[in-house]
Design a protein around this ligand. Structure first.
Ligand SMILES: *Cc1c(COP(=O)(O)O)cnc(C)c1O
Length: 456
C-alpha cells in the first residue's frame, strides 16, 4: 500500500440498521455485566450500541446485521496480519485436529520461544496465556530474584488487571499509591509507586529515596493504553540505567508493542540502536495470533530463578497451549520486513488524511505514533503523560467515532486507545477510511463548537 488514493468528498453514511446488535446487546446485558466480557467493548466512552461481530476477513469486520467495517481495532493489537489469514487458519485447524491440550511439552512451544528469542533481547522465555499473567509473573519473579518488594510504575501505563498494578498515584510524588479500583486492598498497592510518565526527575527522586527497596520498575515500552504517548528520546535507556545503578530490574512491557512497532518491538527502535537491554520483557497480543498466548522472558540468570529451576513459583494448565502456539508461531513467521513496510505505509496514509481532515474542519489535534501504532488526540499540544491525555476532548472524539462508524470504519471506542492497521489493509480498506474522514472531522468540529477553518 504505497499509492495515495485520491480523496473524494464527504461520504454519506453507509451502514444500515443495527437491530440485531441492539437485540443481542440487550440480551447480553441481562446475563453479563455491561453486556461485555471486557469493559471498553461496551461503548461507554462513546455511547451507543456495540456491534456484535459475526465474522471477520482481512481488514474487514462483518456485524450480525450484515454491515461491513474497516477494522482499526485489530482485536486491540493481535491481528497484525489481518483476520482469518489463510496460513494461520490452516495452522490452527491442523493443530486442533491433533488435540486441543495435553499438559505435557510440545515442539511448538520450543519453536515459538526460539522465534521470540531470535527477535528480541530475551535469553529465556516462559509462555503464559494472557498479558496480565505475563506482567504478574514478571513482577513476582523480580521480587523473588531481588529479595525486594517495591514496584515502580507510571500513571497511564496499563499492564493488565493484576491487583498490584491497578494503582493510582498518592498525593505526593514519593508516597505509595492507593488502589485504582474497589476490590483491590490497600495492602496490594501499598508497595507500588506511581510516577508521571516521561518525568526523569520523578524517577530520580523515588530511586534516591527508596532505591534499596525497589525490586523493579515496569513501563510500557511505548505507552499505548492512554493513547500513544511515546517515550521521549533516551527515556527508556535512562530507566534501564537507573534500575541498574540501584540493583532493581527493568521490566519492559511489550504486550502491545512487541512484534508490532517493529519485528523486535519497541526495543528494536531504541534499545537495539542504543545498546541496552531490559532485564525482563513481557509479550502478548501479536505473539498469540488472536488466540490466548503471552510470555515473559529476559536475562537467563533471572529467568532461572523460576520454578522448576529456581524457587519462584509460576504455572499454568493451558500455558503453551498447542493451538495458541500454532497461531502465534505462524503469525510471527509471516511477519516479514515487507509486512512492517506495508504497516508503515498504511499508517502514513491514514495519518496524513486524518491531519488534512481535522485541519480542514478546524479541529485542533495531535497525532502521536510509534511505528505504525498511532492515536489521535483532540488537543492543542502534544501529550507526554497521563495528565496531558486526560485534558483532551473526549466528547468530540465520540462524535468523530460515530461518524466514522456510520461510514463503515470501526475505530477503537475510546479516545485513549491506539489505532491498529494490518497487513491486510489494502487500497479499498484505506480508501474507505479516507472517504469517511472529512464528514467525521466535521462532526468533531460541531461537537467542539469550533468554527475556525485554520486550526491544525
Ligand atoms: C493488553 C495489555 C496487557 C494485558 O494483556 P491481556 O492479555 O489483556 O491480559 C498488558 N500490558 C499491555 C501494555 C497491554 O497493552
Amino acid at each position: 500500500m504505497t499509492s495515495v488514493p485520491s480523496t473524494s468528498g464527504s461520504a454519506a453514511p453507509t451502514v444500515g440498521p443495527t437491530d440485531r446488535s441492539q437485540a443481542l446487546f440487550e440480551r447480553a446485558r441481562e446475563v453479563t455485566p455491561g453486556g461485555v466480557n471486557s469493559p471498553v467493548r461496551a461503548f461507554n466512552a462513546v455511547g451507543g450500541t456495540p456491534r456484535f461481530i459475526a465474522s471477520a476477513q482481512g481488514a474487514w469486520l462483518t456485524d450480525v446485521d450484515g454491515n461491513e467495517y474497516v477494522d482499526l481495532i485489530g482485536s486491540w493489537g493481535p491481528m497484525l496480519l489481518g483476520h482469518a489469514h489463510p496460513e494461520v487458519v490452516a495452522a490452527v485447524q491442523a493443530a486442533v485436529a491433533r488435540g486441543t491440550s495435553y499438559g505435557t511439552p510440545t515442539e511448538g512451544e520450543v519453536a515459538l520461544v526460539e522465534e521470540i528469542i531470535d527477535r528480541t533481547p530475551v535469553e529465556k522465555v516462559r509462555l503464559v496465556s494472557s498479558g496480565t499473567e505475563a506482567t504478574m509473573s514478571a513482577i513476582r519473579l523480580a521480587r523473588g530474584f531481588t529479595g525486594r518488594d517495591v514496584v515502580v510504575k507510571f500513571s497511564g501505563c496499563y499492564h493488565g488487571h493484576l491487583d498490584a498494578l491497578l494503582a493510582s498515584a498518592g498525593s505526593g510524588l514519593t508516597t505509595f499509591s492507593i488502589p485504582g479500583t474497589p476490590g483491590v486492598p490497600e495492602s496490594s498497592t501499598a508497595l507500588t509507586l506511581v510516577l508521571p510518565y516521561n518525568d526523569r526527575a520523578a524517577v530520580e527522586a523515588v530511586f534516591a529515596e527508596h532505591g534499596d527497596r525497589i525490586a523493579c520498575l515496569i513501563t510500557e515500552a511505548a505507552p499505548g493504553n492512554m493513547g500513544v504517548v511515546p517515550p521521549e528520546p533516551g527515556f527508556n535507556a535512562f530507566l534501564a540505567e537507573t534500575c541498574r545503578r540501584h540493583g532493581a530490574l527493568f521490566i519492559s512491557d511489550e504486550v502491545m508493542t512487541g512484534f508490532r512497532v517493529s519485528a523486535s518491538g519497541q526495543w528494536g527502535t531504541d534499545g537495539a540502536v542504543e545498546g541496552w537491554r531490559p532485564d525482563l520483557t513481557t509479550f502478548g497480543k501479536v505473539m498469540g495470533g488472536g488466540l490466548p498466548a503471552a510470555a515473559f522472558g529476559g536475562r537467563a540468570d533471572v529467568m532461572s530463578a523460576l520454578a522448576p529451576d529456581g524457587p519462584v513459583y509460576q504455572a499454568g494448565t493451558l500455558s503453551g497451549n498447542p493451538i495458541a502456539t500454532a497461531a502465534g508461531l505462524t503469525t510471527l513467521r509471516l511477519a516479514t520486513p515487507e509486512v512492517y513496510d506495508h504497516l508503515g505505509a498504511v499508517a502514513d496514509t491514514i495519518r496524513s488524511a486524518v491531519t488534512d481532515a481535522f485541519a480542514a474542519a478546524g479541529v485542533p489535534h495531535v497525532i502521536q505514533s510509534t511505528g505504525s501504532m498511532f492515536s489521535v488526540f483532540l488537543a492543542d499540544e502534544p501529550v507526554r503523560d497521563f495528565a496531558g491525555a486526560s485534558r483532551t476532548d473526549t466528547a468530540a472524539y465520540g462524535a468523530f467515532f460515530h461518524a466514522m462508524l456510520d461510514r463503515g470504519v470501526h475505530l477503537p471506542p475510546s479516545a485513549f486507545e491506539a489505532w491498529f492497521v494490518s497487513a491486510a489493509h489494502d487500497d479499498r480498506a484505506v480508501q474507505t477510511v479516507l472517504d469517511a474522514l472529512p464528514a467525521a472531522a466535521d462532526a468533531a468540529a460541531v461537537s467542539t463548537g469550533s468554527t475556525s477553518k485554520e486550526g491544525g
